[in-house]
Design a protein around this ligand. Structure first.
Ligand SMILES: *Cc1c(COP(=O)(O)O)cnc(C)c1O
Length: 352
């Protein structure tokens, strides 16, 4: 079985070794040191600085998205949300549940986010822009420079769900003017699902998060930051995934962020090249290196997903309107160029 899915992904042997071991007790100096080291490396890979804050949450990515929003904003704010698919829609759902006002920039499948979409919202007093920089449900990568410049000009906080872009695309916390970056374990980090990280600029932490009343005990970022200063968490964390994280981060640090991204880009380009002669189309918008969306011309995408899975090749199916239209092939996780040659052979046969 080979996973060409966006998460969980193919895990590396070193991670699987860590995952197979007895867990330690965690309220110890040794475990604290491990987490402080992970925080340091994570910041480095994300392009964050010493002063920025990191909270490790035992939650899937959605928990971290929710934590980021409810700790910084409330019903007196107004959000601008890029809703280009199911993850953008999730930001809207979070604001709905918590009564936080918002406007959404809604994109159809295949519609590229451009300057003309956002210029309409210029000068309109929003507190923040919420964006999934790679909308994983479609494979579109938004232009971080454009969004970052828009936020700077309008004095807005920039909240980036980078869950499927971190380690795959050229994004960088400080360079790109982010106030919050959201990361999760099961995407390019290639760990077990269940651990997420929220990176916060000292600006948003000081101006918003540290001064507000807590609205959720479990997802209170203030208490996570306070405990994190000594390498701990307020509640029992996903101890095993924190150990997987530490082991993987040390390997990633040695490799360096540029090489990590360029290897992912190489896999993406390779796959996009070898499927050119198959009866599928790749939409025109800007792509993340993490995923290639393919539109199946015969309109039986879900059936093809099932057939491929029965042959041990697990690609990512789509939901909703895209169910029979789009498959997504991941380039994150422990995948090699040869894996794409194999997938291409299966695809060629199943599609004909
Ligand atoms: C995977 C992903 C998430 C997290 O989803 P969970 O199911 O909560 O882990 C959030 N945003 C994006 C862009 C993602 O790709």
């Amino acid at each position: 079985m080979t996973l060409f899915t966006v998460g969980p992904v193919e895990m590396h042997p070193d991670t699987l070794d860590v995952a197979g071991k007895q867990l330690p007790y965690f309220r110890t100096e040794q475990f604290s040191q491990i987490n402080l080291e992970s925080e340091r490396i994570l910041k480095k890979l994300a392009g964050a600085s010493e002063n920025d804050k990191v909270a490790f949450l035992t939650a899937s990515g959605t928990g971290a998205m929710e934590a980021a929003i409810i700790n910084a904003f409330d019903e007196k704010d107004r959000m601008l949300i890029v809703n280009g698919g199911s993850f953008g829609h999730r930001f809207c759902e979070i604001c709905d549940v918590h009564g936080i006002p918002y406007d959404e920039i809604k994109l159809e499948f295949g519609e590229e986010l451009t300057e003309s979409h956002i210029s309409e919202y210029d000068g309109k007093e929003y507190s923040a822009l919420l964006v999934n920089i790679h909308e994983t449900s479609t494979g579109q990568l938004y232009d971080i420079d454009m969004l970052s410049a828009f936020c700077r000009k309008n004095g807005m906080y920039l909240i980036v769900d980078a869950i499927s872009s971190f380690l795959a695309d050229d994004i960088s916390f400080n360079r790109d003017g982010m106030d919050i970056m959201i990361i999760s374990s099961q995407k390019a980090l290639s760990l077990s699902p269940g651990l997420s990280a929220v990176i916060m600029s000292s600006r948003i932490f000081d101006e918003r998060i540290s001064v507000r009343k807590s609205v959720c005990l479990y997802l209170d970022l203030k208490s996570h930051i306070k405990n994190g200063e000594r390498g701990q968490t307020p509640f029992t964390p996903a101890v095993g995934i924190l150990l997987e994280l530490n082991s993987r981060l040390k390997i990633l640090e040695a490799k360096g962020i540029d090489r990590i991204i360029s290897e992912t880009a190489e896999r993406a380009e390779y796959f996009r090249k070898i499927v050119k002669d198959l009866p599928v189309d790749i939409p025109e918008f800007r792509h993340s290196n993490a995923v290639t969306p393919i539109v199946v011309r015969n309109g039986n995408a879900h059936g093809i997903f099932e057939q491929l899975m029965s042959e041990g090749m697990v690609v990512t199916p789509s939901g909703g309107d895209l169910r029979d239209k789009v498959l997504r092939i991941s380039h994150i996780g422990n995948l090699k160029l040869e894996d794409y040659d194999k997938l291409k052979n299966h695809l060629e046969r199943v599609l004909s």
